[in-house]
Write a protein that binds this ligand. Structure first.
Ligand SMILES: Nc1ncnc2c1ncn2[C@@H]1O[C@H](COP(=O)(O)OP(=O)(O)OP(=O)(O)O)[C@@H](O)[C@H]1O
Length: 663
């Protein structure tokens, strides 16, 4: 650290120069400024440093700036002397009293030079502690800029050295683009399929098995290994960029823009080591993908497809439940609504399959099979249905036309309407697919956007470069500062909120976590793909972070760890089993695979039983009078009961007793 006198001198010169540059002030503050200097000095000398907050300290900085202005403007030598010899000394003393010795070490000649050049006169407004924090951050920022290649493709030198040929399969849903790419993949001696869902990886795995091609399925949560496999069917996140393949298929590449997963598609396109790469996507992603290919200097050929069956938006609005027909898929955007509608249908004697995000893939598969095999007549699903799943759906009915996207409830985008609506009219079963919506307003909205051209994908998601894990700084600082460094369009960095959320959790218990200091290890823990909205899952994750070194195997999850009841309890337990697998693989632990398979199967059976028998329980009823709520009710109380609660004056009325609170 520089000597105190040097620091005082630095402060003084900055305040002096700042006074010369400040715009002319009105004269109100001029009154009694000499007296105010003396008063401020007295206050600063007597303030208890333990009680001094940052905003309070920075207020001193600003007051002195104002007083210096008048002293220098008037060339009041006495006041200037007081500022230089007394106030500055006190200010430096108080500033330093708020810093730990290791923080004071940052106050070097270089740091003062940085302040003089990059942040002139900032010291007249901010404490040296906050400025040194910005300095440290700018140091980290510079290191990041040095370490990360300016062009994203440079992160994949092996792929960059190859001459790759891309075949782009472009078309709307259900046009056979994945089919064509897979036809080529099955001829490969060493190929890889990279898709968005565990269920799609499983679908491709099964297709390869049908063709008697040895195949391994690989996802973050399971692996079905076969010796001498010619094909690996996996989720896109699992791509091994050090591995060479003859043919690669990257499916649903329009997902390249998705904030928390899109980077895996970017990584696959830039980094997969295969001379022949097939990319399947909607037309919206064409420009973005071609841009990536041109960055790598590779060649591409485009194959365009038309839908194989017609898709028609119906004229009359759909009425629920009167208009329900065999082959319908009813679309809503919450699990609660899926189960509610399925319950209502079953009450009428219409059996329904259900598909929503938190259902284990095996259950989704069984639900799809029941629908395909006509055991159930309709399917009720969230937009989880939209991604490449092949279902014999004749008509898609949007029960809701807006969805909660994690931040706000917003109307569906044209791309979503196409992706979901396009599921109707499966090739080989139907000649025409139909789309409709519940209520005239809903149908008008769908019609308005049905033929709209999907806007081009405007951004390409970029992942966190792992070379930064070698930096000698805390991981959260690296992540935040990396995120703050601007990128060239069309690239946009992935969202890091989930990682930071888990980091906070781990940080609080860092003393109990072996390897918290090892950023590679910590990163592997933080990037476990888990449902962070589920408290039980986060608790188990943290437990694993703290105990993973205790034994050769992780502790096996127990049902008792799930605080939910009924169906949700088993869904959570299934996620725990997934986490057990995922964490074990990531941290190199042994796995009790037999027990895992057994528990998964048992849990799947229980979930199926719940879905088979108990759906009527999920029908949304008024919490007060028990009457059936309207289909799209946002509240758990009917209008009549709600009006009752409003009627009561002078206190809240308890409907079940008729009594009024407080009287
Ligand atoms: N030439 C074909 N011969 C037989 N079946 C086909 C053919 N083309 C497509 N199909 C079948 O049509 C269905 C839809 O095809 P595919 O999954 O390839 O569509 P897609 O364009 O990739 O749609 P999405 O974007 O929704 O995944 C599948 O069941 C597929 O097996």
């Amino acid at each position: 650290m520089v000597q105190n006198e040097k620091l005082v001198q630095f402060y003084y010169l900055q305040y002096k120069e700042c006074a010369a540059r400040l715009k002319k002030k009105n004269n109100d503050g001029k009154k009694n400024y000499e007296e105010r200097i003396t008063r401020l000095l007295h206050e600063m000398r007597n303030v208890k440093t333990t009680k001094l907050s940052q905003p309070h300290l920075e207020e001193y900085h600003r007051q002195i700036r104002n007083l210096s202005y008048y002293a220098f403007r008037q060339n009041n030598q006495f006041a200037i002397m007081e500022i230089r010899d007394l106030l500055m000394k006190e200010l430096v003393r108080l500033d330093l009293s708020d810093m730990r010795p290791e923080e004071q070490e940052l106050i070097t000649v270089k740091f003062l030079e940085f302040l003089r050049e990059e942040k002139p006169f900032e010291i007249c407004k901010r404490s040296i502690k906050s400025l040194s924090k910005s300095y440290a951050e700018s140091g980290i920022k510079n290191q990041i800029i040095d370490m990360v290649p300016t062009r994203p493709e440079m992160e994949f030198p092996q792929a960059l050295e190859m001459k790759r040929k891309f075949i782009l399969h472009i078309g709307p849903t259900n046009c056979g683009k994945t089919y064509q790419a897979l036809e080529r993949l099955r001829e490969a001696q060493n190929g890889v399929y990279l898709g968005p869902l565990r269920l799609l990886a499983l679908e491709v795995y099964e297709k390869m098995k049908e063709y008697r091609i040895p195949c391994t399925m690989l996802t973050g949560e399971e692996r079905i290994y076969e010796e001498n496999s010619r094909i690996i069917s996996s989720t896109v996140e699992m791509l091994d960029i050090d591995q060479k393949y003859d043919v690669a298929v990257i499916d649903e590449a329009q997902m390249i823009a998705v904030p928390d997963r899109g980077h895996s598609w970017t990584r696959a396109i830039l980094g997969v080591q295969a001379p022949e790469v097939h990319v399947c996507m909607s037309p919206a992603a064409e420009k973005a993908v071609i841009h990536l290919i041109s960055l790598c200097g590779d060649t591409c050929e485009t194959r365009r497809y038309e839908r194989k069956t017609k898709l028609v938006c119906e004229d009359g609005a759909f009425r629920f439940p009167e208009d329900v027909q065999e082959g319908d898929a009813l679309i809503v955007f919450t699990k609660r609504a899926v189960l509610d509608i399925a319950g209502r249908l079953e009450r009428m004697g219409v059996r329904a399959s259900v598909i929503y995000g938190s259902l284990p893939p095996e259950i989704r598969r069984r639900q799809i099979r029941m629908f395909s095999g006509h055991e159930t007549r309709v399917v009720v699903a969230t937009d989880a249905i939209g991604m490449g799943l092949n279902l014999p759906v004749k008509r898609i009915v949007f029960v809701h036309t807006s969805k909660f996207d994690g931040k706000n409830t917003r109307p569906l985008l044209a791309a979503e309407i196409k992706q979901i609506g396009g599921r109707a009219g499966r090739y080989g079963i139907y000649d025409t697919g139909y789309v409709n919506a519940v209520g005239q307003e809903g149908l008008d909205y769908i019609k308005e956007h049905f033929d709209e051209k999907e806007p081009d994908v405007s951004c390409v998601s970029l992942g966190f470069p792992q070379v930064l894990l070698d930096m000698d700084e805390p991981l959260d600082a690296i992540l935040k500062i990396w995120k703050s460094v601007a990128t060239e369009p069309p690239f946009e960095k992935i969202s890091i909120e989930d990682m930071l959320f888990l980091y906070e959790k781990a940080y609080r218990d860092r003393k109990e976590i072996d390897g918290f200091e090892d950023k590679h290890m910590l990163y592997r823990m933080l990037t476990c793909s888990i449902d962070i909205k589920n408290r039980d899952i986060v608790t188990l994750w943290l437990y694993y972070c703290k105990t993973y070194t205790a034994d050769a195997c992780l502790h096996f999850p127990a049902l008792i760890m799930c605080s939910d009841s009924g169906l949700a309890r088993y869904e959570t337990f299934y996620k725990m089993l997934d986490l057990y697998y995922q964490f074990s693989v990531r941290l190199g632990k042994n796995i009790d695979l037999e027990r895992l398979d057994r528990e998964r199967e048992k849990t799947e059976e229980t979930i199926m039983r719940y879905l088979a028998k108990n759906k009527k329980e999920y029908i949304q009823k008024c919490q007060y009078c028990g009457s059936l709520l309207p289909l799209s009710a946002s509240f758990r109380i009917c209008d009549k009961c709600f009006a009752e609660t409003r009627k009561s004056k002078g206190g809240r009325r308890h409907l079940w007793t008729g009594a009024t609170a407080g009287g």
